[in-house]
Design a protein around this ligand. Structure first.
Ligand code: HEM
Length: 466
């Protein structure tokens, strides 16, 4: 992200009302019916769908109800009615604020982790089920060391990872095995087959080829994630968590040269923090979890590649003609897939002290909620809001927009921001080259414009023929 003028993001001097932190200006507080609407259209659907592990039935129901479009419409109305400042909300006694302006997104993400912490109660409750020491839920003392370990391994900021050749070989291996299996049994490519193969590729990339068959680790993670959807409401399954983290630790210890986990151990800096161990197993656990989001994004990218838009033709041409590791249009397709149908539905920051905005003051401990789709699909601001437009990722348009945050940005951005598009682009090229891909489920090819607000990945189906 280019550095932008952060002064814009600050409230005008003297508008903060010290001492009134707990009493946002009356009138800007949504009324009872508005709060009920926000709950029903924005927050509950996100919880119902499953924050950590998507639930197929709920996903289908919410897609049928066009829930994502309704959520965006509700938030747009709130902004028209109440103005730009974050909108105060009280949710079961929890102080929260809905972020409504892209400039405020920029402020929250850039001024992380202080005064806007990326941790917070909700994330702790969910992620402690399988990665209690992950960087995302680490406090100020432990975060820098764990973040550094993640950066050393995943190398954000570099489009082509230093171990790109090894990652490409792993992607080739799994993609070819999948293509061959589909060819042999004549079946279609559905979510179940895709995710199984993608999961094996993820384990190869994280640990090395030996982990391709380690389905048990993924299975344990899957079970723990299903609990994590309930956050604090479900007690942690300590036995399963210990077995899972022990397996991950053993895999990290065996990690092959060229794998991501090998760099995690080698790159961890010494000193700092209370906990001198960067807890590599918790970091790798997060990666395995997050590769599932990458699978969803990759599968939806197939739907974009079979769409009727010029971007799809250009990206397919890249698949067929471009050699090497650098596949800019396919990487942009991955980012577009995550922009159009974000996998992190709400990005949260929790304030560590009182903060002043244009007219509001919010107390410490306020959870600021950034609903990704509301910003990504803002047709009043983005001419390409509802279209597949990979070039926005190549010509700077996406980076200039503070409200576009599929991988987030700033000091706590996704550490996989570059390695994920690289890994997925390599996998997709290996799968599609010299093969014809067609979407065969009832949805049919996506249109060139007016893309649906939701795309149920569980229901997508493709044929792949030579
Ligand atoms: C398409 C797939 C993915 C998407 C859309 C995605 C997006 C995100 C987002 C939105 C965040 C939250 C950032 C914030 O709170 O500001 C995040 C955090 C993170 N992601 Fe990803 N992610 C993906 C896959 C991955 C993968 C595969 C890895 C590792 C290999 C990874 C590593 C991380 C890490 C380490 C964090 C925590 C960063 C921190 O708190 O400092 N992500 N990701």
């Amino acid at each position: 992200m280019p550095t932008q003028d952060r002064r814009e993001a600050r409230p005008p001097a003297g508008t903060g009302r010290r001492g009134e932190a707990d009493r946002p200006r009356q009138g800007r507080r949504p009324g009872a019916s508005e709060t009920a609407r926000l709950l029903a259209s924005v927050l509950l659907p996100n919880v119902a769908r499953g924050v950590v592990l998507r639930r197929p039935l709920m996903t289908r129901l919410l897609t049928g109800l066009d829930a994502d479009r309704r959520a965006v419409a509700a938030l747009r109305e709130m902004r028209e009615r109440h103005g730009d400042d974050p909108l105060p909300l009280s949710l079961a006694g929890r102080r929260a604020a809905l972020v409504l302006s892209p400039q405020d997104v920029r402020r929250l993400l850039r001024e992380t982790p202080e005064p806007f912490s990326p941790g917070g109660r909700e994330k702790n409750g969910a992620l402690s089920h399988f990665e209690p020491h992950g960087v995302l839920v680490s406090d100020h003392a432990d975060r820098p060391r764990r973040r550094a370990a993640n950066e050393a391994a995943l190398v954000p900021g570099q489009a082509i990872h230093p171990d790109g050749d090894t990652l490409a070989a792993q992607a080739d291996e799994e993609a070819l095995a999948l293509a061959l299996a589909l060819h042999e049994d004549g079946g279609d490519l559905d979510w179940r087959r895709f995710t199984r193969s993608f999961g094996a590729m993820a384990r190869r990339m994280v640990f090395g080829a030996f982990a391709a068959d380690d389905h048990r680790t993924t299975e344990l993670l899957y079970r723990l994630r299903a609990r994590a959807n309930w956050a604090y409401a479900a007690p942690v399954r300590h036995k399963a968590r210990t077995e899972f983290l022990d397996r991950v630790r053993a895999n990290v210890e065996r990690a092959e040269p060229g794998s991501l986990a090998r760099r995690l151990v080698a790159g961890a800096p010494a000193g700092g923090g209370r906990d001198t161990d960067p807890r590599p197993e918790d970091q790798a656990a997060h990666w395995l979890f997050a590769f599932d989001a990458a699978a969803v994004v990759a599968f939806r990218a197939l739907a974009l590649l079979t769409s009727l838009s010029p971007g799809a033709y250009a990206a397919r041409e890249e698949v067929d003609t471009r050699e090497g590791l650098d596949l800019p249009l396919l990487r942009a397709t991955v980012r577009e897939s995550a922009r159009l149908w974000p996998t992190t539905l709400v990005v949260i920051r929790e304030s560590t002290r009182e903060t002043s905005w244009r007219e509001e003051v919010f107390g410490a401990g306020t959870a600021f909620l950034i609903v990704s789709s509301y910003f990504h699909r803002d047709s009043s601001r983005l001419p390409y809001a509802d279209a597949f437009e990979p070039r926005i990722w190549l010509d700077g348009r996406a980076e200039d927009e503070p409200g576009i945050l599929p991988f987030s940005y700033g000091p706590a951005a996704c550490a996989g921001i570059d390695v994920v598009p690289l890994a997925v682009s390599l996998f997709l090229r290996a799968l599609l080259r010299d093969r014809d891909l067609a979407r065969v489920d009832a949805g049919g090819p996506l249109p060139a414009s007016g893309l649906p607000a939701s795309l149920n990945h569980f229901a997508l189906r493709f044929s792949l023929s030579t």
